[in-house]
Design a protein around this ligand. Structure first.
Ligand SMILES: C=C1C=NC(C(F)(F)F)=NC1=N
Ligand SMILES: [Mg+2]
Length: 217
């Protein structure tokens, strides 16, 4: 198996749903199933926050989400926890600037998908040099899903990365909704990632469907 192509990565990034046990009103397995039926293209398991699951509870919960993704051919990405990603043979990992260094993670995961958070051109270039298959850029708009989020940067950060010659797949994150997603794509993002727009919705199915419609070029 070799590294994922940019073209394939761009396709997967289109509507990237991120979820953990702390983000849901309804049963997380139902939320994920509805989101997949609504058309999400990629999933990230992100277990963080005050009452986040740990150890065997976290692993067991991850396997249940992973099997739903497998049933629907949706790649399963694990946030932060490289060890868990390897144990589960996940399709990839996502790491932030404060996590394990990207070049070390790349060596650990082989050709699995590697996503890295980047907030500026320097971090983007470093991530790409370390072997990132995509970069997560944001928060674009104010977000309620991450309690230590940085200042919202607006879609212009994406436009400036593209103008600086960044061609690596970019997914935008932070406060993205069906109303503002199109603007983010027009700024040059290949996809949008969301937590609460889907996880906090009464109908994750409808919310996913609206997002899919809004990112169509
Ligand atoms: C902090 C994060 C930033 N970006 C992304 C992604 F959208 F996947 F790129 N995931 C995260 N967990
Ligand atoms: Mg992290």
């Amino acid at each position: 198996m070799e590294r994922i192509s940019r073209e394939m990565m761009r396709k997967w990034l289109s509507v990237y749903f991120i979820l953990g046990s702390q983000n849901c009103k309804k049963d997380p397995l139902t939320v994920l199933t509805e989101a997949i039926d609504g058309g999400i293209t990629l999933f990230q398991f992100r277990e963080k926050g005050k009452n986040a699951y740990t150890g065997e509870k976290k692993r067991h919960f991850a396997t249940k989400l992973q099997s739903i993704c497998r049933e629907h051919n949706i790649p399963f990405i694990v946030n932060d926890d490289v060890q868990l990603a390897m144990e589960l043979d996940a399709d990839g990992v996502h790491i932030g600037q404060e996590d394990e260094k990207a070049d070390i993670v790349r060596r650990k995961i082989g050709h699995k998908i590697l996503g890295v958070s980047a907030h500026n051109l320097k971090e983007a270039r470093e991530a790409i040099a370390a072997g990132a298959d995509y970069i997560g850029v944001g928060p674009i708009f104010p977000t309620s899903s991450k309690d230590d989020a940085k200042e919202a940067q607006g879609p212009s950060i994406i436009r400036s990365l593209r103008e600086s010659g960044i061609q690596t797949p970019i997914v935008a994150i932070g406060g993205i909704t069906p109303e503002n997603a199109k603007e983010v794509i027009h700024a040059g993002a290949d996809g949008v990632s969301v937590i609460s727009a889907i996880a906090s919705s009464e109908s994750p199915f409808e919310a996913a469907r609206e997002l899919v419609k809004s990112v169509k070029k």
